[in-house]
Write a protein that binds this ligand. Structure first.
Ligand SMILES: [Zn+2]
Length: 121
């Protein structure tokens, strides 16, 4: 059934929407070329920057695994509900007000730091 396809990556990312519980999966190579994560069920979308960070982390992991591949085949199951400390805390599930579509307002501290490059002579 599965034909070997050396061209496309068969690696899949699996997601479950916290809002509507729809499960879906995305091909890693698709996410790499188009870092968009949107629930096909309800349209909930992850912030682009969060998806990009995940893609960058995956690429780092691939780069790290590549040399290891000579001696070991590695399979890592990453489940965001099963992560080691300090990432094991459950997300705060906001009680859903049935008909209200409230947007989470994230508290982002805007840091206005200017980088000072001190040049030593
Ligand atoms: Zn959904």
């Amino acid at each position: 059934m599965l034909s070997r396809n050396r061209e496309g990556s068969a690696m899949q990312l699996e997601f479950q929407c916290q809002k509507c519980e729809e499960s879906f999966s995305l091909d890693v190579s698709d996410v790499q070329s188009d870092p968009i994560l949107r629930c096909p069920g309800c349209g909930t979308r992850a912030p682009d920057e969060q998806v990009e960070v995940v893609v960058a982390a995956l690429e780092e992991m691939f780069a790290a695994l590549a040399p290891l591949r000579r001696k070991f085949t590695v399979s890592v199951e990453v489940n965001s509900e099963d992560m080691p400390p300090p990432y094991d805390e459950l997300p705060v599930v906001v009680a859903k007000a049935a008909l209200l579509d409230e947007e989470d307002s994230e508290d982002e501290d805007e840091e206005d730091e200017e980088e000072e490059v001190a040049e030593l002579e």
